[in-house]
Ligand binder design. Structure first.
Ligand code: ADP
Ligand code: SR1
Ligand code: MG
Length: 419
């Protein structure tokens, strides 16, 4: 229908017309005037509609040409929806158990139709704030990260295919540049977008801007973020990009995807778990001191990395005679050399993950747009205490990351500084 040949922002009413004019969607939902439509977008960038008919349901996500939580003063390409749909499809092909299916994509309208993750699915961050344990979370996230990162890297794909995909995702440069700004630049300088719990953290924010050692470390991480086209990463894998139930884990929202360093995804997830750990004291009360919950978070932190490590190595070993041209069996047939190659690779990846994880923590305390884990702590001085502990830990982790050999060492420092 001509009305939708050109981009136009939808609302709950015009979405009905859009669905009727789109056979892909109307055949799925059934032709009716009785769709129940509700806009539920509580993310930072886009508009998300849940659509329910008498026979089916789905989610419609539309990108407008600006960042929703800031407003039209911060323009952002709406073509981000194209990369989100592409990454959802590719990651969904590699790990269908943990990625919602894409039913429809319309590039003109910057619009994706995908599986509705019905209740009891909730955003993981909200579950973590409420103190809910998810026994399969570490296993599922390790499965998702190992498959999506391994199979899109040069450890599996051919050089030709990898470069083709790298070139394609280079088109998502605007989103990449945004991350470069808000994660690796703004927190380390005066920026109109930065904010923090003031006046409590005024000195702490200033100390970040004056810490030359930290600046050297973040410069290295920033250059790795832009220059290392290692795998098709999600690009924004925090705990609001994961929806969960007790037995299901679904990764949504890969609009920041591009070929970047694997550690950026792993670090985003681990860093957000550490942030929520430090926020727990702000949510403790007489009924629940959150002590056992904090233990569960640290257990999940450790299991996520260790399970990821083992699954990734297993995929690598299973595929060592596959299409990859990276470590040719004719050269690396000696078992000792093979083991050393893998040990070195995983050690660098571990240190990258700790570095990127700490950068993600720092941005959420002194940069633009914080996280609900800390923002929802009503008592402001309690919140500032939690944030200061998290910030100091993150600064140490960024500077000292290369000294850590295991995740258990990281956990024991967290336990020490939190006690
Ligand atoms: P943004 O890109 O703005 O961050 P998100 O993809 O994070 O948007 O989605 C915003 C919110 O919409 C999520 O927090 C979640 O509540 C809801 N949502 C998004 N995708 C789905 C889905 N497939 N099923 C159910 N709810 C969803
Ligand atoms: C204005 S910053 C908004 C943030 O939300 C997304 O989840 C990304 O992390 C982005 O940096
Ligand atoms: Mg989101």
């Amino acid at each position: 229908m001509p009305a939708f040949d050109e981009f136009r922002p939808l609302d709950e009413k015009s979405l009905v017309e859009y669905i009727k004019a789109t056979p892909n969607l109307s055949s799925l939902l059934g032709v009716s005037d009785n769709y129940q439509i509700k806009e539920v977008g509580d993310g930072n960038l886009n508009f998300v509609y849940i659509v329910v008919s008498s026979s089916a349901s789905l989610v419609i996500k539309q990108a407008l040409p600006y960042i929703r939580c800031i407003g039209e003063s911060w323009p952002m390409t709406k073509d981000r929806a194209y990369y989100e749909a592409k990454a959802l499809k590719e990651h969904g092909r590699l790990c269908p158990a943990h990625v919602p299916e894409v039913y429809h994509f319309d590039r003109n309208m910057s619009l994706i139709g995908m599986r509705y993750l019905e209740p009891p699915h909730i955003i993981l961050r909200k579950g973590l704030i409420a103190g809910v344990e998810y026994p399969l979370l570490a296993e599922h996230m390790a499965e998702y990260m190992s498959k999506t990162l391994f199979y899109t890297s040069l450890l599996y794909t051919t050089t030709m295919e990898h470069k083709r995909e790298v070139a394609e995702f280079c088109g998502n440069v605007e989103l990449c540049r945004h991350t470069g700004q808000v994660v690796f630049s703004d927190p380390y300088k005066v920026s109109e977008y930065n904010h923090w719990t003031s006046p409590h953290l005024d000195h702490d924010a200033e100390a970040v801007r004056e810490d030359n050692v930290l600046k050297l470390e973040v410069a290295q991480l920033k250059s790795k973020f832009y220059e290392r086209a290692q795998a098709l990463i999600h690009g924004d894998l925090h705990t609001s990009s994961v929806m969960v139930t007790q037995d299901s884990t679904q990764v949504i929202d890969p609009e920041f995807s591009f070929y970047g360093p694997m550690g950026f995804d792993i670090g985003a997830f681990l860093g957000n778990l550490i942030l929520t750990f430090f926020a727990q004291d702000g949510h403790s009360n007489q009924e629940n001191d959150r002590k056992s919950y904090k233990k569960w978070i640290l257990k999940t932190l450790g299991e996520t990395w260790n399970l990821f490590h083992n699954k990734f190595i297993a995929l690598w070993n299973e595929n060592k005679d596959g299409p990859s041209e990276a470590y040719l069996p004719l050269i690396y047939n000696n078992p000792d050399v093979w083991r050393l190659v893998q040990t070195n690779f995983m050690q660098e990846l571990f240190h990258d993950s700790l570095g990127f994880g700490s950068a993600k923590m720092i941005r959420r305390i002194v940069g633009v747009v914080h996280v609900e884990d800390t923002e929802s702590i009503a008592d402001i001085s309690k919140r500032a205490d939690c944030e200061r502990k998290a910030l100091n830990f993150a600064k140490m982790l960024m500077k000292e990351r290369r000294k850590f050999v295991s995740i258990e060492e990281v956990i024991s420092i967290i336990e020490h500084v939190a006690s």
